[in-house]
Design a protein around this ligand. Sequence first.
Ligand code: MN
Length: 261
Amino acid sequence: MSPELNPRESFGVLQAPAHWQAVDLLSDLHLQAAEPLTFAAWRDWMARTDADAVLILGDLFEVWVGDDVLAHDPFAQACAQVLQQTAQRRHVSFMPGNRDFLVGDNFLHRCGVHRLQDPTVLVLGERRTVLSHGDALCLEDTEYQQFRREVRGPDWQQRFLDRPLHERLEVARQLRTESRKRQQSREVHADADTALSRQWLDSARSPTLIHGHTHRPADHTLGPGQTRQVLADWCLDHPPHRAQVLRLRRDRCERQDVIAP
Ligand code: MN
């Protein structure tokens, strides 16, 4: 195992205030202007949920090349407005995914959204839950892990953000094309590594890991008293239509399907 993924690496901690009863977990919406129905379903969910908090575990956006897109892109502005309006009524947190790790503090601050470190331990009453986007757990894809270490470093990010917006958008397009080609050439996509998942749970003294990224929603038993729950991706613009929120309460956890508006 690479030292960068050492399970003793510090976890973020989100201590839920005493009054929180329900927390919505969602990820992998891959919001983009070309998918208006997915956006509308998300916007409506954010407006009507009665959870105390909404925690977005990465890949909210299909791509994010820097907070300066906000000045030029009406779709990004519409997304910001949804976040802003929701954050006025309840806690909203964002954990970066592999598509939107360049979402900056500037954008989050403007929307009133908190940042979550990956991984984070959510402490809700007696319940400790490890939250992650999930890409750091997919160790099998060594090429991706190497890429991830590079682009998550401050040097790469600064160099990238210093480039003009049109160049950044072009790089993002190329990366997406390459990633699609890579996915099509693999028979089986990398999944979260079981040994590392169990190490994270041991380190965090938690029975449950919740992550997205793989787009394969399921509940897996990792070992005695250890569970890995995978969030669903969202898509209402192309079949198969899917959109789901995992609602975490102090004593239980349920999947709620989101109906298209
Ligand atoms: Mn992802």
